[in-house]
Design a protein. Structure first.
Length: 170
């Protein structure tokens, strides 16, 4: 981890104590240390504004980070954060498309992708599919009732169902 990233992480670790304006100020100062074509700067600047509830200000920073080619785990984080911003700006369909595009590559952030997509699906008017996807993701984390939760997730999505007494099965 670079010294720069450690300093960024320290700002985020102290965000609750610092307050939104100070987080933005410090992140902007750190971003100014990087070359203009470094995608980490607008990614963090977008995150600072997003965290402060300034989604309309965050979106251009996130778009710039995408344009500059942010990569690795931060690329998935960027998609999650931009999708959340788009949802909050009243554009849930865009958020869903953005998250659909990264789900297969999201690794340990897959459940976050699914969770934020479920929120967007609710806003887009598809609460049953949102619940189905969220329950299916949850099923992967439980030992007991995994089979039943999977069946209920499929039922919510309109797929093949298993007997209702499956709730007693593990």
């Amino acid at each position: 981890m670079t010294d720069w990233q450690e300093r960024v992480d320290a700002v985020w670790d102290a965000a609750d104590e610092l307050g939104d304006d100070e987080v933005i100020r410090r992140i902007d100062a750190l971003a100014a240390e990087l070359p203009a074509d470094d995608p980490r700067a607008p990614f963090e600047q977008g995150g600072a504004r997003d965290s402060a509830g300034l989604e309309a200000e965050a979106e251009p920073f996130y778009r710039r980070a995408l344009e500059l080619g942010l990569d690795g785990r931060a690329w998935i984080e960027l998609h999650v954060q931009l999708a959340s911003t788009l949802r909050n700006l009243g554009r849930p369909e865009e958020a869903i498309t953005l998250l659909d595009a990264v789900e297969s590559e999201s690794g340990d952030l897959r459940d976050a992708v699914i969770g934020f997509r479920a929120l967007a699906r609710v806003d887009a008017g598809d609460a049953r599919l949102a619940a189905s996807e969220a329950v299916a993701a949850l099923a992967g984390h439980v030992a007991q009732y995994r089979r039943a939760l999977g069946a209920y997730a499929r039922e919510l999505a309109g797929g093949p169902d298993e007997p209702r007494d499956g709730a007693a099965s593990a």
